[in-house]
Design a protein around this ligand. Structure first.
Ligand code: C2E
Ligand code: CA
Ligand code: CA
Length: 278
């Protein structure tokens, strides 16, 4: 991986191999976790910056180890991607989310559920069919789903990605471009795909009250998205001042610890039901 024409000294404790071995161990752990039912769904609320009171939640997966400790996705998703397990995780997340949402029943039609899609899923020709079947089984209407995709997911297989995105939009699901602006060619994807929503990468948002350049970038992404008829979400809103600022720029939605910290989906759904019935 480091390139040719070089000599390297192997030091067991600092080598790349240690990192790879760790990933192999994590990957083996993921397989077991799937088999033993140790994946968990968390959800984080996304709120409208003004007006509308519609509820939105992004589903975030977690793994629980055998001792019951929660392992965040930053630890296991890279290994899952490398060892071809992320597709299975995405499918589990969709099926399980739809089953929880389906069981909750009387959801407000304004509620939206955001699901993250990996490059492997978006580039899998059978993925859209899987999602459509899972929707049918659950009885949940496709209009409540928003699939979040990143540009790295799009770049790996553009033709299949276009097909997957097209089919999901056809049945009424929405598409959000996630981590927008973080990659080199985010804007390029806006030319190739119709998207419903742009999620402005948190790295531009979290310091924008003190950093003018970040503020200009957030504002320009919002302006372009608006011209294209896409709604915008500011991610990683960590304090009230940032929420005020993104609201004053006209950004549609905000998400971040200042609004809600991710919590188990079950808890969110039972609160939600109480609200809906109140
Ligand atoms: P993401 O899609 O960008 O998700 C947002 C991440 O930012 C979440 O981390 C969330 O907990 C975190 N976050 C939200 N608000 C704040 C804030 O105010 N401050 C800070 N510092 N962080 C905030 P999480 O849950 O650890 O997920 C990390 C990434 O793992 C996600 O990034 C997503 O790319 C991936 N991921 C999570 N669940 C799934 C899944 O079901 N499928 C796939 N393919 N990827 C997933
Ligand atoms: Ca996301
Ligand atoms: Ca994101």
């Amino acid at each position: 991986m480091a390139g040719r024409n070089r000599v390297s000294i192997y030091r067991p404790e600092q080598s790349e191999a240690v990192e790879r071995h760790r990933e192999i161990a994590v990957a083996a752990g993921i397989k077991l976790a799937i088999e033993e039912g140790r994946l968990r769904l968390f959800a984080q609320r996304i709120v409208a910056c003004s007006g509308s009171t519609q509820d939105r939640y992004e589903i975030l997966v977690r793994m629980v180890d055998r001792e019951g400790a929660i392992i965040p996705p930053s630890v296991f998703i890279p290994a899952a991607e490398r060892y071809d397990l992320i597709g299975a995780i995405d499918r589990w997340v969709i099926r399980e989310t739809l089953s929880v949402v389906g069981r909750a029943g009387r959801l407000d039609p304004q509620t939206h559920i955001h699901l993250n899609l990996s490059a492997a899923s978006i580039g899998d020709v059978s993925f859209a069919t899987y999602a459509i079947e899972a929707l049918e089984v659950s009885g949940v209407v496709p209009e409540i789903l928003v699939f979040e995709i990143t540009e790295t997911a799009l770049v790996s297989n553009m033709a299949v990605a276009a097909h997957t995105v097209g089919r999901l939009r056809e049945i009424g699901c929405q598409i959000a471009l996630d981590d927008f602006g973080a990659g080199l060619s985010s804007f390029n994807y806006l030319r190739q795909f119709p998207v419903d929503m742009v999620k402005i990468d948190g790295s531009f948002v979290h310091n924008m009250t003190v950093n003018a350049v970040d503020r200009y970038i957030v504002n320009s992404i919002h302006q372009i998205a608006q011209e294209l008829g896409a709604q915008t979400v500011a991610e990683v809103v960590e304090d009230q001042a940032t929420f005020q600022l993104v609201s004053s720029l006209g950004i549609t939605f905000a998400q971040g610890y200042a609004i809600h910290r991710p919590e188990p989906l079950d808890a969110v759904m039972s609160d939600h039901k109480v609200c809906a019935e109140a």
